[in-house]
Ligand binder design. Structure first.
Ligand code: CTP
Length: 210
């Protein structure tokens, strides 16, 4: 199988030196890439800026902004059998990127923000016969929200985790299907979860992917 994986944070620039981002380490996405390769699959890894080295055997595309992540993902998805979207994508970006460096004004400033494009939703909307696995980071009404995301983004499954996963070595996840039920639960290192998740997907794809 050839698997597209998104990983890490994205950055949204306010001016040429300042950006909005999040604390994603990229570990979950990189662990998935390593696990998939170790299990004999090809991986296209589209990653925001992280301090990890990509696995040597994968096709690696480094991106910074959400628009770049969208463009790279949309370009490579047609050549893949499915996607796992582990990236912690910025939901908002400054309406305008100021050229150069914004100088201090001596008072408060406000910044107009607009929503970024949803990379996963775009892939889901055009998935055809490919399978789509999303991640959902939830702090409340977790399963309900995860199911809504699964439906809105046309995912086959969604991996539910909570904000403690961000930047951590370990994770605790539930795999939610399109009925909203947790069909699998995994806890432990991100490497262990990645290995189990890839193995589960491979074993369950023929019946599930449409
Ligand atoms: N995602 C994406 N593009 C975005 C936002 C999210 O591809 N602009 C993907 C993430 O990679 C993840 C899934 O969508 O696989 C859910 O991300 P999450 O941050 O949990 O949810 P959001 O859709 O951003 O909604 P909210 O932040 O309001 O919970």
């Amino acid at each position: 199988m050839r698997i597209l994986i998104t990983a890490g944070p994205t950055r949204e620039y306010l001016d040429d030196v300042r950006y909005l981002s999040n604390a994603s380490s990229g570990r979950m996405g990189y662990a998935l890439a390593e696990a998939a390769i170790a299990q004999g699959h090809e991986v296209v890894l589209v990653s925001g800026p992280v301090e990890l080295s990509p696995p040597s055997d994968c096709e690696f595309i480094a991106v910074e902004t959400t628009d770049e992540m969208r463009d790279a993902s949309v370009a490579h998805f047609p050549d893949c059998d499915g996607v796992i979207a582990a990236a912690a994508v910025c939901d908002y970006k400054p309406k305008e990127r100021i050229e150069g460096k914004l100088a201090k004004t001596g008072g408060p400033i406000s910044i107009d923000m607009i929503e970024t494009d949803d990379v996963l939703a775009q892939l889901g909307a055009n998935k055809g016969s490919r399978w789509v696995v999303g991640f959902a980071l939830e702090s409340q009404n977790a399963r309900e929200n995860a199911l809504q995301k699964l439906r809105a983004k046309n995912c086959n499954w969604i991996v539910l985790n909570n904000p403690t996963a961000i930047g951590s070595l370990d994770n605790q996840v539930e795999l939610i299907d399109d009925t909203g039920h947790p069909i699998m639960k995994w806890a432990g290192s991100k490497q262990k979860i990645a290995t189990d998740l890839i193995a589960w997907l491979v074993a369950n794809l023929p019946d599930q992917a449409q």
